[in-house]
Design a protein around this ligand. Structure first.
Ligand code: BG6
Length: 524
């Protein structure tokens, strides 16, 4: 079946005016036997195809070491993803149409031997499909294969010259580096083989609709932006909490990583950049990256002094989450009994620039917390005078309370929303304060929110790297977290245990308490 939307020049007139149209290309997935391919990449490609963004001529070629036929690969993907993609179960007819573009080729990615034969097979698929030789290679492999795979592609002459008409774009899954030195080394080595414009470093948070909405909310309105600075904001809290522990099979990766590398270095710092950055001159990839980079430089300049004064590490012990018993981190599969890996990190960050000097940003992320919530909460300053108050009672104990500070909360997931809280007069004969909230939620829109990977893969097809991390940005993020990692490793820091199902270790509360503040409970 042909896909009229993808073949026609415009899937959506308005969108095309803003963003280039996706190009026809082969999508090659290295590491296709992994979980990511079936759970995220193929469902995203299926949705792109259903939405008319992936041309019928674009083949998808899974590549991995195991032996499989095209048919067994198709069957495996169908079983794994059926029910996981956006609109519920896939009809057999639709799957039949889609799966015609799915192929599998066996290759040991680590060694150069098979690449030349692979190139020929790929070309023959492309010739049959009439695709041309534009290619996306998605590196869904372990990071130690990133460089060898690109070197082998180079030897097999699969990296087009700068002036060639066909193109190659390579998407790298995280982790891209393990610390500053390894990220710089990897970027430096890749730079010998690929141009920066060919490299797409994924941070899937940037593909989330609600994360992109932060920019639109800030720079598409005029009434909020004048308030987002040190004159009006008391502090900002960014939370990425998860109720789940380690997913099956992730123990080996996670124990070498920990919460700081796994989530804070990328997702949390990206959220920080988006909420703290200055408006870009133009809404384009380069200007956005420049502004985000300035924020990362400002936090590098701002956070000095004893690391223990502003960073807290925790590790979950046994407890109860969502009413179910949860085992400790140390009892998880493939976790050494004496592991010092942190499953929780909280910190107080200073963004040392003209706009934010003196405004603390409190960041926290962790596993086995009470709920899965990602949000940015901006708390404004108290009104300068307490002209109004009200009586609030807790049992028999009553107190006079004044106006609560205004809050602006971006809820990234779940129950995506933007909420502004403020005080009103409680109806009656007295001037009594009543806090209320003004809500925007996505129920306003009828169409489902696109999945992060769908949006990001579309951008790779469009050649738009706005929502990917540039190398200097990534290195600035590593530069910020590396001294913390080094300090923990040198001091053999043992993370403070916290009960599964609690909001992290006590030291995380103390971090805010010593500033006269407290973490918000994300249910608020
Ligand atoms: C990934 C981390 O990058 O993000 C995982 O490796 C984490 O450990 C996940 O669970 C969280 O993403 P999301 O989209 O579920 O909030």
């Amino acid at each position: 079946m042909s896909n009229p939307k993808a073949d026609s020049p415009a899937a959506d007139e308005n969108e095309v005016r803003l963003r280039p149209h996706p190009e026809t290309a082969s999508v090659v997935i290295f590491g296709a036997s992994g979980d990511l391919t079936a759970r995220k990449l193929l469902p995203a490609l299926f949705d792109l195809w259903s939405d008319g963004y992936l041309s019928d001529q674009s083949p998808i070629i899974g590549v991995a070491r195991r032996e499989k036929t095209d048919e067994s690969f198709r069957q495996e993907i169908y079983t794994a993803m059926n029910g996981q993609f956006r609109g519920g179960p896939i009809s057999p007819e639709k799957w039949e149409q889609f799966s015609q573009r799915l192929f599998y080729r066996q290759l040991d990615i680590a060694i150069p031997d098979g690449y030349y034969a692979f190139k020929q097979e790929l070309e023959s698929i492309e010739n049959r499909q009439g695709t041309g030789h534009n290619r996306i290679v998605y590196m869904a492999t372990s990071p130690d294969l990133f460089l060898p795979a690109i070197e082998h592609l180079g030897f097999a002459k699969m990296i087009p010259d700068r002036d060639a008409t066909e193109w190659l774009r390579v998407v790298f899954e995280k982790p891209f580096g393990h610390d500053l030195a390894s990220a710089q080394e990897l970027s430096g080595n890749l730079r010998r083989l690929l141009r920066e414009q060919q490299i797409y470093r994924i941070d899937h948070y940037l593909g989330k609709e609600t994360v992109q909405n932060i920019l639109l909310f800030r720079f598409g309105n005029s009434i909020f932006e004048p308030l987002l600075n040190r004159n009006h904001v008391d502090h900002i809290q960014i939370t990425v909490s998860e109720s789940q522990g380690l997913e099956r099979g992730r123990g080996g990766y996670y124990d070498n990583s920990g919460a700081l590398r796994d989530v804070l270095q990328n997702h949390v710092l990206q959220l920080l950049c988006l909420i703290a950055m200055e408006p870009p001159a133009l809404f384009n990839s380069n200007d956005l990256h420049e502004e985000k980079l300035k924020v990362l430089k400002a936090i590098n300049a701002g956070n000095s002094g004893e690391i223990t004064d502003w960073v807290v590490a925790g590790q979950y012990s046994a407890g109860t989450v969502d009413g179910k018993p949860a085992i400790s981190y140390l009892s998880e599969e493939r976790i050494p009994a004496d592991s010092r890996t942190e499953t929780f990190v909280a910190m107080k960050v200073k963004v040392d620039n003209w706009r934010w000097a003196g405004v603390p940003f409190y960041l926290r992320t962790g596993k086995r917390l009470p709920s899965r919530v990602s949000e940015i909460a901006i708390q404004f300053k108290h009104p300068p005078l307490n002209l109004f108050n009200t009586v609030e009672c807790d049992g028999d104990i009553c107190a006079l309370v004044g106006a609560q500070p205004n809050k602006l909360v971006f809820r990234i997931q779940p129950s995506e929303s933007i909420k502004l809280s403020f005080s009103t007069k409680r109806p009656g004969m007295q001037y009594q304060i009543h806090p209320v909230t003004m809500d925007f939620d996505y129920k306003t829109f009828t169409q489902p929110l696109p999945e992060a990977y769908e949006r990001l893969l579309l951008d790779v097809l469009r050649g738009d790297s706005t929502l990917f991390m540039r190398s200097d940005e990534l290195e600035a993020a590593w530069q910020f977290v590396t001294p913390i990692l080094n300090f923990w490793s040198q001091k053999k820091t043992v993370p403070e245990p916290y009960r599964s199902g609690s909001w992290g270790p006590r030291a995380a509360d103390d971090l805010l308490r010593s500033d006269g503040r407290q973490w918000r409970s994300p249910a608020q």
